[in-house]
Design a protein around this ligand. Structure first.
Ligand SMILES: NC(=O)C1=CN([C@@H]2O[C@H](COP(=O)(O)OP(=O)(O)OC[C@H]3O[C@@H](n4cnc5c(N)ncnc54)[C@H](OP(=O)(O)O)[C@@H]3O)[C@@H](O)[C@H]2O)[C@H](O)CC1
Ligand SMILES: [K+]
Length: 501
């Protein structure tokens, strides 16, 4: 199943639609939410000496009152801490009335060893930084190192951006409802949530039917059907031909890593395009991958006319000068044969002084273009978006995609893929071991390979990011970039077990 991600605002719309459709009213959903969290606490923290429930003034606090009552009814030692009473006649007010545990002042809360803290201060309605006594209390809990279970979101964390607004709980377990929100998946939110559980609270799947869904957690369900099958009568050029541009004599490894990634990801043929001074070093290290001299753009054009590659990679250690700029524009001017282009690293930096030149070329090109910046490279092309701290990583990537006309792979521990049409995916299977030199070069090759095989661009980019991360995670500690292409067959075998033979 595709893993839909809802913004807090969209979740509010779903709540309202579900309440209108029935059978649960708002208090019914709140009771279901509270029951889901209480059950998890009983299951996971049965050894706790007690549970300190911290309630805020809104519906997140309302969930807290339900949880406090249910746990107390089951014989758990419960202390309840709350200051402001919920708004009269609200669901949270009903939950407080139905809760027989007497509230104590938040200022009196002291974390106790062996107890669990249940954080129901703020959730989706966080509207400003947490300050005053609540901020102090968050610091006390962190200093005591006691376990924290957060309702919906760790209080202080923005469900939209994944960034803390002032003080923020660092939870061991976060229980959210119906669907994940961007703040659960974007860093540092993903880390601050601890383990994330999505609980069913009785909202029907049909609540999503009328919504314009444009954000997903990246995973095979998003693109698996688009991965081209290898037909029984396939020949190598039917399986796509990827061209990878190499840098000069002392910087050729990056292109070979991309080329190897492209080959292992299924392209039938791969050619490295090399300047004259790097031909012999490339020749010494390539076997199944072809090699061709392309010193200047006329040689590139001749190669494209003659060999008709279906996708290309430009950027890894290619240099930031005129050759790279003219190659990028040369690729983008093609109107037949070439279906996809991945621009990375030096091909991004090469346009730092003239981003509009690149964007105009991308927008007027028929070639599906993917840009794969890390944060530093992103800032070189999209300085204003990078500097806008109010934007989430998803919003930044989407705005950049819309402006440039390219699919953006904004890399990091929480890589975001964004399409000019607004679709976006947040990647969550990233391995910390991927932080190694050359890893991004392999990613370019994998993405280009899928483009070369005819996969649509958003799916190709999302598949490439996920497969690359999965390969890194499967290898684990000790990973170097050379290992990534070699892990791909294992990743594919796990993903397509029927594809053997
Ligand atoms: N998603 C679902 O299906 C369900 C969600 N539930 C729970 O409801 C909360 C969202 O509830 P909401 O009342 O909208 O929001 P909060 O409880 O998070 O907080 C709103 C109140 O808190 C005030 N506020 C916000 N930030 C601060 C702050 N930093 N300091 C002080 N006060 C703050 C806010 O004040 P305003 O001035 O902004 O109005 C509100 O008074 C969701 O997270 C779930 O836990 C349902 O229970 C079940 C269904
Ligand atoms: K919370």
């Amino acid at each position: 199943m595709r893993m839909v991600v809802l913004t807090p605002e969209e979740m509010g719309n779903v709540d309202r639609a579900a309440i209108t459709a029935g059978p649960h009213d708002g208090y019914g959903l709140m009771r279901n939410a509270g029951a889901a969290v209480a059950d998890l606490i009983l299951e996971r923290f049965s050894g706790a000496a007690g549970v300190a429930v911290l309630c805020g003034p809104g519906n997140n606090g309302g969930d807290g009152y339900v949880i406090a009552r249910l746990l107390a009814e089951r014989g758990v030692n419960v202390r309840l801490f709350a200051d402001a009473a919920p708004q009269e006649d609200s669901d949270a007010a009903r939950a407080r009335e139905d809760c027989f545990v007497t509230p104590e002042a938040l200022a009196d809360f002291r974390p106790e060893t062996g107890w669990l803290v249940l954080d129901a201060l703020y959730g989706a309605g966080l509207s400003k930084p947490i300050a005053g006594i609540e901020a102090e209390l968050i610091e006390r809990v962190a200093a005591a190192g006691v376990p924290v279970v957060a309702v919906d979101l760790p209080s202080g964390l923005s469900g939209l951006t994944g960034k803390p607004l002032g003080s923020c709980f660092d939870a061991d377990l976060t229980v959210t409802f119906f669907r994940k929100k961007p703040g659960h998946l974007l860093m540092p939110g993903r880390r601050l949530c601890g383990e994330l559980v999505v609980a069913d609270i009785g909202i029907a799947e049909t609540a999503l039917a009328s919504m314009d869904i444009a954000l997903w957690e990246n995973g095979p369900a998003l693109w698996r059907d688009g991965v081209p099958a290898v037909e029984i009568d396939a020949h190598k050029y039917v399986r796509g031909h990827v061209a990878v541009v190499s840098g000069g004599g002392a910087s050729t490894g990056a292109a070979r890593l991309a080329a190897r990634g492209a080959a292992r990801a299924g392209a039938g043929a791969v050619t490295v395009l090399s300047p004259a001074n790097a031909l012999s070093v490339n020749a010494m290290h390539l076997t199944s991958i072809m090699l061709r001299k392309a010193e200047a753009v006329d040689e590139l054009i001749a190669f494209l006319d003659e060999r008709k590659p279906t996708a290309a990679v430009l950027g890894p250690a290619a240099g930031t000068g005129e050759r790279t700029r003219s190659f990028a524009l040369g690729f983008l001017e093609r109107n037949e044969g070439l279906k996809g282009l991945v621009l990375d690293a030096d091909a991004i930096t090469a346009f730092a002084d003239a981003p509009d030149t690149l964007f105009e070329a991308v927008r007027s090109s028929v070639i599906a273009t993917v840009l794969t910046p890390h944060d530093g490279e992103f800032a070189r092309l999209f300085g204003d978006l990078a500097a806008d701290a109010s934007m989430s990583k998803v919003e930044r990537a989407r705005a950049a995609a819309e402006r440039s006309g390219a699919v953006i792979i904004l890399k990091g521990a929480d890589t975001v893929v964004a399409c000019p049409d607004g679709r976006a995916a947040i990647n969550t299977n990233g391995s910390r071991f991927l932080a190694t030199a050359g890893s991004g070069d392999v990613l370019c090759g994998i993405v280009a390979s899928h483009l070369a095989q005819g996969m649509p661009v958003f799916e190709a980019a999302s598949a490439g990011v996920w497969l690359h991360a999965e390969a890194g995670g499967m290898f684990g500690r000790g990973l170097i970039a050379e290992d990534l292409p070699e892990m791909l067959p294992h990743v594919f075998q796990a993903l397509f077990p029927d594809d053997m033979g």
